[in-house]
Design a protein around this ligand. Structure first.
Ligand SMILES: [Zn+2]
Length: 175
């Protein structure tokens, strides 16, 4: 995985870029949940599910079909969150799918089962520029942890800040 902190970057950037009319706080919270939820499969490692198993880490919960299902389920909550269901669907889909895509850009672990449950083959993207995060959170407070955070700053947070600023500027121009 990338660190859980960096999986927050995409939903936060979308929220800032699209603005509170399209992404009210309730939808932002759902988007954050969608971006973090795929790593619940790391619990499987404690339960004895092997990493390479279809339900192992970076398996089904990191796939695109799971992201679509999560976004569809989440968009049912859109009216309660004060959002339009169609907007909610796309915001949640991008947030959920970004998790697997970011993990597929890390330089360690097994690839992502993007097409699970239809295919359990694991994939990486061609650009594996993000330093993989240790699975043990305590290991982040080390020299390696600093290297991980520096690479996520560069490859995740910087592009997300740019996306947020472009969205803010466009909204300012057309407001
Ligand atoms: Zn992950």
């Amino acid at each position: 995985m990338a660190t859980p902190l960096s999986h927050l970057a995409v939903p936060l950037a979308l929220t800032a870029a699209l603005g509170p009319d399209l992404v009210p706080p309730g939808l932002m919270i759902l988007a954050i949940a969608c971006a973090l939820l795929p790593d619940l499969d790391a619990l499987g490692l404690w339960l004895g599910i092997p990493y390479e198993h279809p339900f192992g880490h970076r398996g089904f919960t990191h796939s695109l079909p799971f992201a679509v299902a999560l976004a569809a389920a989440g968009s049912l909550l859109a009216p309660a969150a004060g959002a339009q269901p169609a907007v909610a669907f796309w915001v949640l889909l991008v947030s959920a799918a970004s998790h697997g895509l970011l993990d597929a850009m890390t330089n360690g672990g097994l690839g992502i089962a993007f097409f699970s449950p239809f295919s359990h083959r694991r994939h990486f993207l061609p650009w594996r520029v993000i330093e993989v995060s240790p699975l043990r959170p305590s290991a982040l407070f080390s020299r390696r942890g600093l290297r991980v955070l520096r690479s996520e700053m560069r490859w995740v947070w910087m592009p997300c800040v740019v996306l947020a600023l472009v969205g803010l500027a466009l909204r300012g121009m057309f407001a």
